[in-house]
Design a protein around this ligand. Structure first.
Ligand code: GTP
Ligand code: MG
Ligand code: ZN
Length: 331
């Protein structure tokens, strides 16, 4: 916590509390303050004066709030100045950059050794950390599945000789202890594709299965993410870690990156009746429901649909390419 935040807090009445946002669920903000969890809503005054979405709290934000005298509800009056933040590049979302998390010291770019490893993707991830005021570290996961680790670390070094690289396995006690040491006293965030083991690592750090993890690797667009919400978790040996849902990678990394900008829709579509819902005519479609009651804008929905269409086109082209290749081989 910075002195700036303490000074901001000192300007408020004594019955107000200072806390930190651990997760956000639509207009409900979970706040942790002195190990007590509160369910916060924004005050009328705050909502009235807020100018943009980025004024509202995100995971990791320090907030000043009034606790209820009856239950665990609370009214948030102020979001304290952010000393760092990680933003997602705004593609097709009307230019408003989305803040993923605030007040973080370390950003761990999680990439699994073997199938997930892609140097261009790592470069993209590193780019998103520029200007965040946090330090980026490349965390190569699932080292137990890899027997040429150096080939991979060398590629990262060639890309950026200054970036710190860590290589871990979720199943190595030694690695977990090392990570625990690095995370102590800091706020860190794990970002990366789905299935690289972000939540598994956090569960190992906690010593029990707190977070849901993926049992079977589902790497296609229809695959469900194990993690669907960003959440900040206090570690037993000190420090905070923020778990995030994985990036969707479908054929082309660019499409995956773009889809990742539609967090809200991606989250909604996890609850659609069909895994491969196109959000046009299927029954029990949560995305269309949200569109109808104004929770998501038509503009956002349309650009999302365009990305899906482009993606299906890419998939068809890829299938066609394979078919032609196979034919040639048979001749
Ligand atoms: N071999 C091996 N498998 C691992 C390791 N860590 C995690 N896994 C497996 O990888 C799969 C995905 O792990 P998760 O922790 O759910 O991945 P995630 O990055 O949180 O995925 P999302 O929440 O979807 O973003 C699970 O089946 C884990 O058991 C590891 O170090 N080695
Ligand atoms: Mg996860
Ligand atoms: Zn749907």
């Amino acid at each position: 916590m910075t002195n700036e935040i303490l000074e901001e807090f000192s300007k408020f009445q004594e019955d107000m509390l200072l806390g930190r946002i651990t997760s956000v669920h639509k207009s409900l903000y979970l706040i942790s303050s002195n190990k007590v969890l509160y369910k916060g809503k924004m005050s009328g005054r705050f909502s009235y004066t807020a100018l943009s979405k980025s004024d509202y709290p995100v995971v990791g934000d320090y907030v000043i709030f009034m606790p209820s005298i009856y239950d665990d509800s609370a009214t948030i009056e102020k979001v304290c100045t952010r000393h760092s933040k990680i933003e997602r590049l705004g593609v097709g979302t009307g230019g408003d950059k989305q803040i993923l998390a605030a007040n973080i010291d370390l950003i761990y770019i999680c990439v699994s050794l073997n199938e997930d490893f892609n140097i261009k993707k790592i470069q993209n991830f590193i780019s998103t950390t520029y200007g965040s005021n946090a330090e980026a570290i490349v965390l190569l996961t699932k080292k137990d599945l890899c027997d040429n680790i150096e080939d991979y670390t060398n590629q990262v070094k060639k890309l950026n000789k200054n970036i710190e690289i860590m290589v871990v396995s979720s199943y190595s006690k030694e690695d977990i202890l090392l990570l625990e040491e690095k995370l102590k006293g800091k706020t860190s965030v794990f970002i990366g594709s789905s299935g690289v083991g972000k939540s598994t690592l956090i569960n190992q750090l906690l010593g029990y299965d707190y977070l849901k993890t993926l049992d079977i690797r589902l790497s296609d667009a229809q695959g469900k993410h194990a993690t669907t919400h960003r959440e900040m978790i206090e570690l037993p040996r000190g420090g905070y870690i923020i778990d995030t849902p994985g990036l969707r990678v479908i054929n082309s990394y660019i499409v995956g990156d773009a889809l990742e900008n539609f967090d809200e829709i991606s989250e909604l579509s996890q609850d659609c009746l069909y895994n491969d819902c196109t959000h046009i005519h299927e029954p029990n479609c949560k995305v269309r429901e949200a569109l109808n009651n104004g929770e998501i804008s038509t503009e956002l929905f349309n650009s999302y649909r365009n990305i899906l269409r482009l993606n299906r086109y890419n998939q068809r082209r890829e299938l066609e390419r394979k078919r032609v290749q196979n034919k040639r081989k048979k001749r």
